[in-house]
Write a protein that binds this ligand. Structure first.
Ligand SMILES: NC(=O)C1=CN([C@@H]2O[C@H](COP(=O)(O)OP(=O)(O)OC[C@H]3O[C@@H](n4cnc5c(N)ncnc54)[C@H](OP(=O)(O)O)[C@@H]3O)[C@@H](O)[C@H]2O)C=CC1
Ligand SMILES: O=C1CO[C@H](CO)[C@@H](O)[C@@H]1O
Length: 386
């Protein structure tokens, strides 16, 4: 007997993340592959209902896009209330802009729905804690996107760590970012939404990225003990979606030192105002006594102690070493599925099969606390202990 498909309401699906990563690269491919395989060997199929405020965009996704991807249309509605009252809907997912998230999550949990959502779960630690408390009170299953954990580059880094490649890990440096056009030249339109650059709308580098850095560092290297951070708003005015100039009130660059409970120091630079001259938009370098690795989003390069060149400082001659030449690229040792899709499958198994799922609201609240600690550190110019 096939299992009844679980109904998943998807709010914020008309946005960049909702459309691309969640609908087109996760949910529709899961439907296409027949659902998610459970521990019993049965396949759990899913049925999405798209929810939002713009019926035209929803109809396009539910009909045209869905038809292209899975050969049939799916449901959509602009009535969120009716979704909350619909007992056949088991999971409410939210990928709308950050400042809307707490209200949606609260309403869904109060109606007994399992919740799954994009990061961050809130823009301040108090609100994040209230959501965690409500999840505990209502007992609903809950989860938060922590996609970077399943990026191929990060999986390769984790494999190196587990195989003891590094020896003793001495330090971690991450460079994240790229140039986000301000929109002042109409031939170079901005590639990120304007709310990202307004703190009153939930934007800002720290709140966007420190929640990623928290779970990534915690997973790969251990829990963070304290942070020293600095943030700036490098570009004061940008152009919004309607072509109007607006004042940027959020940080677009942030640097941080995270010192872990095990004593390791992780240095993270994050910027929307930098031009890339490195291997990828995010690179994480791990240096150890026995070897070093640099992970990008998909690739990972290694250099062992025995392959380490011997630089000497002499600015009077051209640099004799081509530093990139002494690194070896790791092969792909498995198939790397989309990171968001992998986590969706795990969340569905958690809901249906009770499989372990540690990436909860509680774990995501730590990311919001780190962003808040970073902001306090920057504003008061102090170390903040977590
Ligand atoms: N995990 C990751 O790698 C990433 C996560 N994110 C997170 O994803 C979330 C969405 O970001 P992104 O996709 O870039 O944002 P977008 O601006 O592209 O999308 C915003 C979405 O929110 C909806 N929305 C905005 N205001 C309202 C409102 N008042 N009422 C109802 N719906 C509203 C929009 O609907 P409409 O179409 O009708 O305007 C749209 O669906 C953020 O929380 C962000 O932090 C972002 C980037 C990467
Ligand atoms: O929130 C985010 C901001 O944008 C980044 C990419 O540009 C994402 O990786 C991240 O999740």
């Amino acid at each position: 007997m096939p299992l009844t498909p679980i109904r998943i309401a998807m709010h914020g699906v008309t946005g960049r993340m909702g459309t691309n990563q969640h609908l087109i690269r996760s949910i529709l491919p899961i439907i296409k592959q027949g659902g998610v395989k459970l521990s019993t060997g049965q396949w759990q199929q899913i049925e999405p209902i798209l929810v939002g405020r713009d019926a035209v965009k929803l109809k396009h996704l539910a009909e045209t896009v869905s038809m292209q991807e899975i050969g049939r249309a799916i449901e959509f509605t602009t009535n969120l209330e009716s979704i909350l009252l619909d007992e056949s809907v088991e999971i409410v997912f939210d990928a709308a802009s950050t400042n809307l998230r707490p209200e949606i999550l609260r309403a869904a949990m109060e109606h007994g729905k399992a919740v799954y959502c994009e990061k961050p779960i809130a823009i301040n630690a108090n609100e994040a804690s209230e959501l965690v408390a409500l999840a505990e009170k209502t007992g609903v299953k809950n989860g938060v996107v922590q996609d970077k954990l399943w990026l191929p580059g990060i999986r390769k880094l984790r494999m190196l760590r587990d195989q003891g490649f590094f020896g003793k890990i001495l330090g971690v440096r991450a460079e994240f970012g790229y140039w986000v056009f301000s929109g002042h030249d109409q031939d170079q339109p901005p590639q990120r939404p304007s709310w990202n650059y307004r703190s009153e709308d939930g934007g800002g580098m720290m709140i966007d990225m420190f929640c990623h850095w928290e779970y990534l560092i915690n997973d790969l290297f251990g829990p963070i003990a304290r942070v020293l951070a600095h943030k700036t708003t490098d570009i004061a005015e940008r152009i919004d979606e309607s072509g109007e100039p607006y004042q940027c009130t959020a940080d677009d660059s942030a640097s941080a030192l995270f010192v872990l409970k095990n004593g390791l120091t992780c240095q993270f630079n994050s910027s929307w105002t930098t031009r890339v001259r490195r291997d990828d938009l995010l690179t994480i370098q791990v240096d150890g006594t026995e070897g070093s690795a640099v992970a990008g989003l998909r690739d990972c390069w290694i250099q062992s102690l025995s392959a380490t060149p011997r630089p000497t400082w002499n600015p009077d001659v051209p640099q004799p070493i081509h530093f990139y030449d002494n690194w070896q690229i790791l092969p792909n040792s498995t198939e790397y599925d989309n990171a968001f899709k992998i986590q969706w499958e795990q969340f569905i198994r958690h809901c249906v099969d009770d499989a372990d799922f540690p990436w909860t609201l509680s774990s995501a609240a730590a990311g919001v606390r780190l962003a808040e600690a970073g902001a306090i550190s920057a504003n008061e110019q102090i170390w903040v202990t977590l």
